[in-house]
Write a protein that binds this ligand. Structure first.
Ligand SMILES: [Zn+2]
Length: 136
């Protein structure tokens, strides 16, 4: 059985998951139709404030979908998914966030680790609980 993109860790905030879902379902459909030469996704993560999706064997149309998601990540809050007033700042670490999330993270001293979830933890972790953990 082919490993689904949904089975690997998505090492980024929940705000980007809807964009990754789109890429994941396109790749899963491609792999279902091309079992002889499947796309292998090795890593999905946040790096230097932007989304990264590393994979092998992707045809041009899937590459374009990935590029769209990666480009959109620079304009989408990694924490909540807002696209209003989103900026990427360097404050110890680079994060792409909306003004509210940036303020919250600053005030509570939430680290990058706290907003970065693994996709498989999705059902067990509530983003608000994570925020609470950030209070020092
Ligand atoms: Zn936000």
């Amino acid at each position: 059985m082919m490993k689904s993109v949904k089975d690997i860790s998505w090492e980024c905030g929940k705000g980007w998951w809807p964009m990754i879902e789109k890429v994941a379902s396109a790749i899963d459909s491609y792999n279902a139709a091309n079992p002889g030469s499947p796309i292998e996704v090795s890593q999905i993560k946040q790096k230097f404030g932007g989304l990264r999706i590393y994979c092998y064997n992707a045809p041009e149309d899937i590459r374009q979908l990935i590029d769209l998601a990666v480009n959109a990540s620079w304009h989408t809050c990694e924490k909540c998914g807002s696209i209003t007033g989103v900026t990427t700042n360097l404050e110890g670490y680079r994060l792409t966030l909306c003004p509210d999330c940036r303020k919250e993270i600053k005030q509570r001293g939430i680290t990058k680790r706290k907003i970065t979830l693994h996709r498989h933890e999705k059902d067990n972790v509530n983003i608000n609980e994570l925020s609470q953990e950030g209070i020092s």
